[in-house]
Design a protein around this ligand. Structure first.
Ligand code: 2AM
Length: 181
């Protein structure tokens, strides 16, 4: 099955991000906006994983989650992957003073290395995807009034992603509380 590891967001933060989507939607069209309930912070996209590997993925995620007590980061400015001139993914950045998200992603890569999941080539940029352009296009980056909003992170979740004609459905398969044995 198709899976990824992510940190869920509190509903208040997701609501604020919907506000960002609305503001951005005034400037740009042809975007598939992420549904409010689907907004999340991806740590690692794994893609298709066998039942057997899933057991090892859960063990790895549990080990890493245990090492990081719950913490907060802050929303920062908007951004576009791969570039504003040829935009594909519209996102809001995260300010993480201690680089704990990056550390977490690195620890996951290390734990998952024996399973032959490739570490992300482009490195890890903590971000919250708000929408995806249906066709790559030049994008205007708006000023969004969310900079500094705190985002409390308390668990890592293993999600299954089921692709449907109406968009992806994310189903939580396992939850790992941060800092918990
Ligand atoms: P994102 O964090 O930039 O949104 C589920 O599909 C999640 O995994 C998405 O949130 C997505 O990125 C992330 N992801 C990373 N690489 C992906 C890929 N090749 N295909 C689909 N999703 C991917």
């Amino acid at each position: 099955m198709r899976v990824f590891l992510a940190l869920p967001l509190e509903s208040g933060v997701r609501k604020q991000l919907v506000g960002c989507q609305k503001a951005w939607a005034k400037m740009i069209g042809n975007v598939k906006w992420v549904e409010q309930e689907n907004l999340h912070l991806t740590l690692k996209f794994l893609g298709e994983v066998s039942e057997q590997d899933l057991v090892a993925v859960k063990r790895a995620a549990g080990r890493v989650a245990e090492e990081f007590p719950p913490f907060s980061v802050n929303l920062s400015g908007p951004g576009v992957f791969p570039s504003a001139r040829k935009g594909r993914v519209l996102w809001v950045g995260l300010k993480d003073e201690g680089e704990r998200l990056k550390l977490m992603a690195q620890r996951l890569d290390a734990e998952l290395a024996p399973l032959n999941f490739s570490p992300g080539k482009a490195g890890f940029t903590p971000h919250l995807t708000l929408g995806r352009l249906r066709q790559p296009a030049a994008v205007t980056i708006p000023a969004l009034p969310v900079e500094g909003v705190p985002v409390r992170l308390t668990e890592v979740v293993l999600y299954r992603s089921v692709l449907t004609p109406h968009g992806p459905l994310y189903q939580a398969l396992a939850e790992f509380g941060l800092g918990k044995k």
